[in-house]
Design a protein around this ligand. Structure first.
Ligand code: 0A1
Ligand code: ZN
Length: 849
C-alpha cells in the first residue's frame, strides 16, 4: 500500500494541540483577485501537553503582516504553514494575508462561483483562507466582519451588525475551523420562521441566485420537518437565531454543514415539478436533513481528528435514513439504502481501495469521504441499535449528548457511552471500526426431531494491509416460516460472535423455511446453497418486506448468471413469480417498481467474479437486455392496465405515494416500449408535465436505441437550465449503447455547454460514462483512455473531484488479462504525470498497489 509513503499520517501518531484558541476575529475585505483577510486570534497553552511548538497551517497565502501582542514578528513560512517563536503564556496573534478567490478552481477555501463568493473548509480548506491551527480538535467562537459591495453578506452564527458595504456575524458556539463559512453575493431568500421546543424563534432562509427564485420551497419545507423531527426523536433543538442555507452551482460535494450557514450544491436545493425528478426531491429532503442533523452530530460534538470522520458521518447518515424512513416508507427506504450500499460500499470493500470505517492512515483526507465511512458507518450504528435495542440506543444517545457536548470526540468515546448506558461490552463490536472488508456469512441448516439448527460460519476476506481478520459480532435477524407460509418463529436477532456457531429452534412440527438477515440486519454477504423454489416461496410468503424483495432479486441474479454463463433462457419460475408480485395490489407501488428493477451490470460483474468467473461486460449487458425483453413479453398483458391504473390525479406532489405510482407506471412503460418500439413512450414524453415523466420517458427511449429527436427537443426546451442540462448530458453518456458510448461521450466533451470545470457537469458527462459498464469497458480500451485523459486534465484544476472519480477503476482486477493490462496502463499513465496532485497520487498509488 501507498500508506508507507512519507506523507502518510497515522491514527496512532495523534498528539493533542500545543495551543488552544479562546477566540477568533476575522475581517474579510473581499476582492476577486486580492481579498485581504485580517485575523486576530487569542491563543493559550494547552495544559494537557508540554509541547509549545507554535505551528499554524497555511497554504497559498501571501502574508502581509504578523504580530504577537502588537509586536511585529517574522515567522518562518513553509508550503504547509508557518512557525514562529512565541511566549509560553497566552497571547494574541494578528495577521493579514492576501488570497485570490477568483483563481481558486479547486473549490476549497474561499472561491467564486458565478460572481458569488463562498467557502468550503472541510476538511482542510480553512488553511487556504488564513494561518490557523486547522485541525478539528481546536474549537473556538468566531466573530466575522465582511466588507464588500455585494448585497448579501453571510457568515456563521447570529448577525450582530450591518451597514453600507459591511456586515458582522458572531458565532458563540466554539467550532473547529472546518465549520467556518462565508458567502457574499447577489442572492434572494425564501424564508420562514421556526420556534424550537425551547421557545427560540429561528429565522430560516434559503438563499439562491435571483434567476432561481421560487425553487427553494421544498428545501425549506424539508428543513422545517427536519428541525421538528430532531426535537421529537433525539430531543435536539436548534441553538442560534438564524439558520441560513445557500445554493451554489460550483461545489465538489453534495452539501456542507457549516455552523448556522449550510452551503449546498444547488442540485440539492433547487426544485420545481417541471425541472426536478422525484429522485431529486427525495435527495433534497435527505440532504437538507443530513446537514441539519450535523448541527448536533458533527458541530456541537465534532471529531477529535479526521480518522474519526465516521463519528459524525456514520451517525448523521443513520439519522437521515431514519428520518427519510419516517417521512416515506421504511421498507422501500431500506431496500434503496441496501442497493446503494452494495453498489458503492461492497464494491469499495472488495477492491484495492478497501479501508476500515475508521481508517488508520491516510495521505489526503479528502480521499476518505467514502461509502465505507458514510454508508458502512451508518450500518454500524444500525447494528448497535439492533444489539442494544431502541431504549438502550436512546439512553446511549442522551448520554453521548450530555457527556460530549462541546467536545471533539473519538470512536472510543462513542462506544463507551453505549457501554456505560447499557452495560454491554463492546470490545468485539469495535472490530467493525478497524477491520475492512465485507464479512461472508455461510449458513447451512438441519432439521431433526422437531429441532431446527442453523449453522453459521463467518469469514472476512483479506483487504489491503489486513491479511487476517478476527470474528466480528453480527446481528443476524431471522424468522422461520412453515411450509404453508405461516410464520412459526417471528423475527429474532441471533448474535453471531464466533467463526463458527450453531443456533437451535426447538418444538417445530415440520422443517421450516428460514428467512435470514431480515431487514438486512448486518452489512454482510449471505452465502447459502438454496434453490429457486425456496426463493419463490419467500418472495410469495415472507412477512419481512426486505427479504421479500431480496428473494426476487436473488432469483433475478441467478437467472442472469445462468444467461451469461450458459446462454440459458430466462427461467419461467422467475417470470411467474415476478408477475404475481406485480399483480399484487396489496403491495406498495414503490415496492413493486423496485421489484421490477434488475441487479445492475456492475453488480452482476461482481457476482460473477465472486463465483470465480471473469465477467464480460458486453455479455452482461446483452443478457440484461434480453431479460428485460423477456419480462416485457412474458408479462405483456399486465403493462397497459398497470400504466392506465397508476396515474396521479391532481397537481404534482413529490410525496412517496405519488412518486411510487409514477415509478411503477414508468416501469410498465419501459416494458411496453420493448413491445411497441417506443410509441407510447414518445407520447408520454410529449405529454409530460413534470420532469420525472419527461426524463423517465426519454431514458426509456434511449435505452431501446431511439429518442434522438426527443433529446433535441429536450435540449431546445431546457438549454438554459444548467441542472436539467446535467441530466441531458448524463443520460446520453450513461445509457448509450455499448458500441457507441465512447464516441458519444467524446463528442459531448466538444459540446459548447460542456463546462468541464463545473463539477456537476464533469460528473454528468465523464461520471455518467463511467457508469455505462459495457461502454467504459469497451475491449479496445478507448473508454479507459478517455476517462484517464479527462482525469489528468481535471486534476490540474480540481484535484478533489478528479481523485474521487478515479474510483471508476477500482474494480480493475476483476476483469480479463487484456482489460486489466489496459486499465493498468491508463492508471500508470495518470501516475506518471508531472505535478500530479496529492489527492490523485494517493488514489492511483492505492489502485495500483
Ligand atoms: N461533511 C459534508 C460533506 C463534505 C465532505 C467533504 C468535503 O470536502 C472534502 C465537503 C463536504 C457532509 O457530510 O455532508
Ligand atoms: Zn455528513
Amino acid at each position: 500500500m501507498k500508506d508507507a509513503s512519507p506523507q502518510a499520517l497515522y491514527l496512532a501518531d495523534y498528539t493533542p494541540p500545543a495551543w488552544l484558541v479562546d477566540r477568533v476575529e476575522l475581517t474579510f475585505r473581499l476582492h476577486p483577485s486580492a481579498t485581504r483577510v485580517v485575523s486576530r486570534i487569542a491563543f493559550r497553552p494547552n495544559p494537557e501537553t508540554a509541547n509549545r511548538r507554535f505551528f499554524l497551517h497555511g497554504e497559498d497565502l501571501t502574508l502581509i503582516s504578523a504580530a504577537i501582542d502588537g509586536t511585529p514578528v517574522t515567522p518562518d513560512i513553509t508550503p504547509e504553514g508557518l512557525v514562529c517563536d512565541v511566549p509560553d503564556s497566552p497571547f494574541t496573534w494578528e495577521a493579514e494575508v492576501e488570497i485570490a478567490p477568483e483563481g481558486n478552481t479547486a473549490l476549497e477555501g474561499l472561491y467564486m462561483s458565478n460572481g458569488m463568493y463562498c467557502t468550503q473548509c472541510e476538511a482542510e480548506g480553512f488553511r487556504k483562507i488564513t494561518y490557523y491551527p486547522d485541525r478539528p480538535d481546536v474549537m473556538a467562537p468566531f466573530r466575522v466582519r465582511i466588507e464588500s459591495d455585494l448585497p448579501v453578506l453571510l457568515s456563521n452564527g447570529n448577525p450582530v451588525g450591518q451597514g453600507e458595504g459591511w456586515a458582522e456575524w458572531d458565532d458563540p458556539w466554539p467550532k473547529p475551523a472546518y465549520l467556518f463559512a462565508l458567502v457574499a453575493g447577489e442572492l434572494v431568500a425564501t424564508s420562514d420562521t421556526f420556534t424550537t421546543c425551547e421557545g427560540r424563534k429561528v429565522e430560516l432562509n434559503i438563499w439562491v441566485r435571483p434567476a432561481d427564485q421560487g425553487k427553494a420551497d421544498y428545501a425549506l419545507d424539508s428543513l422545517i420537518r427536519s428541525m421538528r423531527w430532531d426535537e421529537e426523536f433525539y430531543g435536539r433543538a436548534y441553538d442560534l437565531d438564524v439558520f441560513n442555507i445557500v445554493a451554489v452551482d460550483d461545489f465538489n460535494m453534495g452539501a456542507m454543514e457549516n455552523k448556522g450557514l449550510n452551503i449546498f450544491n444547488s442540485r440539492y436545493v433547487l426544485a420545481s415539478p417541471e425541472t426536478a425528478t422525484d429522485r431529486d426531491y427525495e435527495n433534497i429532503e435527505r440532504i437538507i436533513a443530513h446537514e441539519y442533523f450535523h448541527n448536533w452530530t458533527g458541530n456541537r460534538i465534532t471529531c477529535r481528528d479526521w480518522f474519526q470522520l465516521c463519528l459524525k458521518e456514520g451517525l448523521t447518515v443513520f439519522r437521515d435514513q431514519q428520518f427519510a424512513g419516517d417521512a416515506r416508507s421504511h421498507a422501500v427506504k431500506r431496500i434503496e439504502d441496501v442497493i446503494t450500499l452494495r453498489a458503492r460500499q461492497f464494491r469499495e470493500d472488495n477492491g484495492p481501495l478497501a479501508h476500515p470505517v475508521r481508517p488508520e492512515s491516510y495521505t489526503e483526507i479528502n480521499n476518505f469521504y467514502t461509502a465505507t465511512v458514510y454508508e458502512k458507518g451508518a450500518e454500524l450504528i444500525g447494528m448497535l441499535r439492533r444489539l442494544v435495542g431502541p431504549e438502550g440506543y436512546d439512553k446511549a444517545l442522551t448520554l453521548y449528548f450530555d457527556r460530549h457536548d462541546g467536545q471533539a470526540a473519538t470512536i472510543e468515546d462513542w462506544l463507551k457511552v453505549f457501554e456505560d448506558a447499557t452495560g454491554r461490552d463492546l470490545s468485539q463490536f469495535s472490530r467493525w471500526y478497524s477491520q475492512a472488508g465485507t464479512p461472508r456469512l455461510k449458513v447451512t441448516d438441519d432439521f431433526k426431531d422437531g429441532t431446527y439448527t442453523l449453522n453459521v460460519e463467518q469469514q472476512t476476506p483479506p483487504t489491503p494491509g489486513q491479511p487476517e481478520k478476527a470474528p466480528q459480532v453480527i446481528p443476524l435477524a431471522v424468522g422461520l416460516l412453515s411450509p404453508n407460509g405461516d410464520e412459526v418463529v417471528p423475527t429474532t436477532v441471533l448474535e453471531v460472535t464466533e467463526a463458527a456457531q450453531s443456533f437451535r429452534f426447538d418444538g417445530l412440527g415440520a422443517r421450516p423455511i428460514p428467512s435470514l438477515l431480515r431487514g438486512f440486519s448486518a452489512p454482510v454477504i449471505l452465502e447459502r446453497d438454496t434453490n429457486a423454489e425456496e426463493r419463490a416461496f419467500l418472495l410469495a410468503h415472507d412477512t419481512d418486506p426486505f427479504n421479500k424483495w431480496e428473494a426476487g432479486r436473488a432469483l433475478a441474479r441467478d437467472v442472469l448468471v445462468a444467461m451469461v454463463t450458459q446462454g440459458a433462457a430466462p427461467a419461467p419460475a422467475y417470470l411467474d413469480a415476478l408477475a404475481a408480485m406485480v399483480r399484487d395490489e396489496a403491495l406498495d407501488p414503490a415496492f413493486r417498481a423496485l421489484a421490477l428493477g434488475l441487479p445492475g451490470e456492475d453488480q452482476l460483474a461482481e457476482d460473477l467474479h465472486a463465483r470465480g468467473i471473469t465477467p464480460d461486460p458486453l455479455a452482461i449487458h446483452t443478457a440484461r437486455e434480453r431479460l428485460k425483453s423477456a419480462v416485457a413479453t412474458h408479462l405483456c398483458p399486465l403493462w397497459v392496465p398497470l400504466y392506465d391504473q397508476m396515474t396521479c390525479p391532481g397537481p404534482y406532489s413529490p410525496g412517496a405515494a405519488d412518486a411510487g405510482r409514477r415509478a411503477l407506471r414508468l416501469a410498465a412503460l419501459a416494458h411496453m416500449a420493448r413491445l411497441d418500439q417506443g410509441t407510447k413512450a414518445r407520447a408520454h414524453f410529449a405529454q409530460a408535465n413534470n420532469m420525472t415523466d419527461e426524463l423517465g420517458a426519454l431514458s426509456i427511449l434511449i435505452e431501446i436505441g431511439a429518442g434522438e429527436e426527443e433529446l433535441d427537443r429536450f435540449a431546445k426546451r431546457w438549454g438554459k437550465d444548467r441542472l436539467v442540462m446535467d441530466k441531458w448530458f448524463a443520460l446520453q453518456t450513461s445509457l448509450a449503447a455499448p458500441d457507441r458510448a465512447v464516441s458519444r461521450t467524446s463528442s459531448l466533451t466538444e459540446h459548447p455547454d460542456f463546462h468541464w470545470k463545473n463539477p456537476n457537469r464533469f460528473r454528468a458527462v465523464i461520471g455518467g460514462f463511467t457508469m455505462n459498464a459495457a461502454g467504459f469497458h469497451d475491449p479496445s480500451g478507448a473508454g479507459y483512455d478517455l476517462v484517464a485523459d479527462w482525469l489528468i486534465r481535471l486534476d490540474a484544476v480540481n484535484p478533489q473531484t478528479a481523485a474521487r472519480m478515479s474510483t471508476a477503476f477500482e474494480t480493475w482486477t476483476r476483469y480479463d488479462a487484456d482489460r486489466q493490462a489496459r486499465m493498468r496502463a491508463a492508471l500508470e499513465r495518470i501516475a506518471g504525470r508531472d505535478g500530479l496532485s496529492r489527492d490523485m497520487g494517493e488514489m492511483v498509488g492505492r489502485l495500483l498497489a
